[in-house]
Every structure is written in C-alpha cells, then in structure tokens.
Ligand binder design. Structure first.
Ligand code: 5AD
Ligand code: SF4
Length: 487
C-alpha cells in the first residue's frame, strides 16, 4: 500500500447504543494493547496489508487500514518489517488461492524469527470451509481469520486476538455465513487523496454457474442512498474529485431498499455534489442495464465515458449454461444502443475461456462478438473450477490443451482490436486526471482519461490530483504519450 491519508479521525466516542458505537469502543480498547506493544518494541508497531483480487477488496483494505491507523499502527510497504501482517484474500479463481498458500509458507518462517508477529487472514477465500480446514491443519501459526460479512468487527477481533495472546489461546476464527447488517461510518484510510471507491451495494444474487461470489459475498443488499451521498459529500470536502461506485451488479442497485431507487436515479443525485468532477462505476450486468441509465450517462457532464460490460461468452449455448440470462443478439443490440447514444464511449469486458462443454465453435462466436463490439480492453480468463458452484459439477470439462489454444487465439484478437481502438484517439485532446509520477521516468506524470486509458506527459508532483487537458501525441497500444495544453 502507498502512504494512506488519514480521514475520519476519531474525535469523540459515541455512546454504546448500536454496533458502530460498540466498534468505536473496541478501537479504544485495541489502542491500549497497541500502546503496550509500542513500549515493548520501542517503536510504533508496523502493519502490512496485502490485497488480492478486485476493487471491492481494495476498498475493504482501506477499511482495515482505517482501523489499524486509529489503534496506533503505522503502515509499511515492507512485509519483512511488519509486526502485523494481514492478507485480504480473493477466491474468484484458484490461482488467487494458490498465491495465498505460497505466501503463508513464507510468513510461517518469518514468525519463527519474530514470535511477536501477528498474522490475520480475511476476505472471500476465508468464506470457504475447505480453506479454513486447510489453514487449521497446515498453517497453525495464523492468529486470526475472519470473512467478508464481519469486516466491520476488525477492531473487536484485534482485541480478542491480543487477549487470546495473553492466555496463549489458539487461532481465532470468526466466519459468518450471511448478514443483512451494514455498519456505516467506521474509519477508512484512503490510498489516494484525490480518488476513492465507494461501496453502493454488497453481495450478488445472479448465481452465474461458474462464479463463487454469491457464496462468499452473500445476497445482494444496497446501502441507503442518503448514506452513500453523505459519504461522497464528505469525500468531496476532503479533496476527492473522482469516485468509483462499487457493486457486483450496480444496475440492480436499490431494488431491495424500503424506498426503492434506481441506479440511474442515484447517479443523478451524485452528479449534483459539488467538487466531484468524475464518476465511474463497476460492474454492470448486461441483463440489467437500463435505457434510463444510458440516458443519464449520455446527458451527464461527470459520468466517465467508460462501461465495463462483462460478456463472458459469445455463444448462446454457453451463455445459457452460464446462467447469464442474455443471448449474443441481446448483448450486441445493447452495445449498439449504447454506442448510438454515446459514440465516444469506451467499452471493456470480461471473457472466460474453457467453460465446461465449450467447443472451438463456441469460441468463434465469442471472437465474433469481440470483432463486432471492438472492445477498448478485455480481460480474458481461463475457466477455473470453483467447488460448490453448479459448473464445477458439470462432467464435460474442457481439456487443458484446447483451452490454452483457444485462449491464446482470443487474446491475440482482443489485443489487436484494442490497439486499433486506441489508435483512433491519437492526435486528439482529452482531459486527464493526473494519478502519479511515472515509475520509470519521474519527469513524467501519468494521467487517466475519461475512457480509462492512461497518458504519460511532462509534469511534476504538483500535478497529482488535477484534471488537465492533454494532447494524445503517440499511441503505444494500452497507453498514450502526450503533452499538456492548458499551461
Ligand atoms: N473462472 C474464471 N473466471 C471467472 N470469473 C468469475 N468466476 C470465474 C471462474 N470460475 C471472471 C468473470 C468475472 C470476473 C471478475 O472474473 O469473467 O466477470
Ligand atoms: Fe459472479 Fe455473475 Fe455475480 Fe458477477 S454477476 S459476481 S460473475 S455471479
């Protein structure tokens, strides 16, 4: 993690009347333990948080960091220096799980050299019983495990972990299967001062047959619009100019609220907030993307010209087996409608290769969609069997070699089309939000365009967080080089 900004500093302790207040009380208690540790170590205890997976997890890690800073830890980017290591895990594909196990081996040897080291694991992977069983058996040095539903209890769990340490107790495992509780307004430490993710909903009801998310993140539940708007207003007052609204399927936002509201209506309310210059969101499910949303996007000055619209497959037979609830024709018609309304929109997607029963002919259908849509970028994934999902029980798994062959073919086409799309903007002038100094050449800065592409141009650290007009002089596939115009 980079240097976090310390927002939402605890000033008063609320009365113990609800869960939020309870957690603030645990923050105070945890401080006493961390303080004692600081005396013992003769320096501020250091904490390392590693995020695996998606933007949702990245936002959760900011919540973890918010608590850690409040109770007296300092963040470090050097895992080997840490006194507390936390892995916020992902389980959407098996390689994410394997990376965690690999890193745990290393942590075990670290703990032998540094017995006071505390280790916590959380996130989606921890919602799987088989994972918990394996950690209990093979990685007994882990101190604390919690899941996706009770992350708000982090301060309380840290207190339990320290109390446990005093009595030499074993591993603490606190996993909830489901929750409808959303605890608002706990500390959050943002990674970037000028942009922020915001959860608008949690969980997913779609049950795509390959996907483990509904099992590990639970049923769909939306945050109240007033909570979301208040959070964004606070962010804007704190200097945030770009927000990313996060949900597994933002297009079904608001359906389960007492007073239902559509995602498009929420966007219109957010648009009114002064100081917010750019609004992004992800992810959209094609089956739920409404005309109302297209219209609101089209007329908006702030909503970025980018839609992430996962295709998964272009074959009707596979889409049916995937339980995606749209056909190739539905998808293409939707894209046509979006492009007619907003000719300058960038469309990106996710595609899975090797779903059970997929033939080369099915992959040809996917390639046909890629050619017709002309994606600005596409994330291609090899199908990963997730235990407990309907697809894992399908008996027609595709041989690895065929998957690899189809995957390579698709990837080449996806990259070629993305390059062609990128070339179309060469020579144009666009607004970029400067995100950072360029890692390779610090005389350059890196800015993000409305369409989510990157541009590198001459500048310095004072540009960071500002919106600037940039001429896109050179196109290099997935990024541009350019120069600033409004100096
Ligand atoms: N195997 C491969 N890719 C998957 N995704 C979700 N589940 C799986 C799986 N079992 C991909 C989908 C989704 C993205 C976040 O991850 O493409 O859109
Ligand atoms: Fe998974 Fe489908 Fe839900 Fe996306 S919409 S999280 S792919 S089940």
């Amino acid at each position: 993690m980079g240097k976090p900004t310390d927002s939402n500093v605890l000033e008063t302790v609320p009365s113990l009347e609800n869960e939020r207040a309870r957690q603030y009380d645990f923050i105070q208690k945890a401080r006493i333990y961390v303080n004692a540790l600081e005396k013992q170590l003769s320096h501020k205890p250091l904490c390392f948080v590693q995020t695996f997976g998606c933007q949702m997890n990245a936002r959760d890690s900011e919540k973890l960091a918010g608590i850690l800073l409040q109770i007296g830890y300092e963040m470090t980017d050097a895992e080997e220096d840490a006194d507390f290591v936390i892995y916020n895990t992902c389980t959407v594909r098996d390689n994410a799980n394997q990376r965690v196990y690999g890193r745990l081996g290393y942590l075990g040897s670290m703990k032998k050299k540094k017995p006071h080291l505390k280790i916590a694991l959380c996130g989606c992977m921890m919602q799987e019983q088989a994972v918990i069983d394996k950690i209990r058996k093979s990685y007994r040095f882990v101190d604390l495990i919690f899941g996706t539903h009770n992350i708000f209890k982090f301060a309380e769990l840290i207190v339990t972990m320290f109390e446990n340490g005093k009595s030499n107790g074993g591993m603490i495992v606190d996993i909830w299967q489901e929750t409808d509780q959303i605890v608002e307004d706990l500390p959050i430490s943002r990674k970037y001062p000028y942009k922020s993710g915001i959860n608008i909903m949690f969980g997913c009801n779609n049950f795509c047959s390959y996907c483990i998310v509904p099992y590990v993140r639970g049923r769909e539940r939306s945050r109240k619009p007033e909570e979301i708007l208040a959070e964004i207003e606070k962010l804007a007052a704190d200097g945030v100019v770009e927000i990313m609204l996060l949900g597994q399927n933002v297009n079904s936002y608001g359906k389960n609220l007492e007073t239902p509201i559509t995602f498009a209506q929420l966007l219109q309310e957010i648009e009114k907030i002064e100081g917010i210059r750019r609004i992004r969101f992800m992810t959209s499910h094609p089956k739920d993307l409404s005309d109302e949303l297209i219209n609101v996007m089209k007329n908006s000055q702030k909503i970025c010209r980018h839609l992430h619209l996962p295709l998964q497959s272009g074959s009707d037979a596979i889409l049916k087996q995937m339980n995606r609830r749209y056909t190739k024709a539905d998808y293409l018609a939707l894209v046509e409608k979006i492009k007619t309304a907003m000719p300058d929109i960038a469309i990106t997607t996710d595609i899975i290769v090797g779903f059970p029963g997929e033939t080369t002919k099915d992959v040809e259908e996917t390639i046909d969609v890629v050619r017709k849509v002309q994606y600005d970028n596409a994330f291609t994934f090899i199908y990963s069997k997730r235990t407990g999902t309907p697809a894992a029980a399908m008996d027609n798994q595709v041989p690895e070699e065929l998957v690899k062959e189809n995957f390579d073919k698709l990837l080449r086409i996806v990259q070629d089309t993305a390059k062609e799309r990128a070339l179309l903007l060469q020579g144009q002038v666009m607004e970029a939000l400067v995100e950072d100094l360029n890692e390779q050449d610090p005389s350059l800065v890196t800015g993000r365009l409305s369409n989510n592409m990157l541009v590198h141009f001459k500048g310095d650290a004072s540009y960071i967080g500002k919106l600037m007009k940039v001429s896109l002089d050179g196109c290099h596939g997935f990024y541009y080089t350019g120069h600033r115009l409004d100096e």
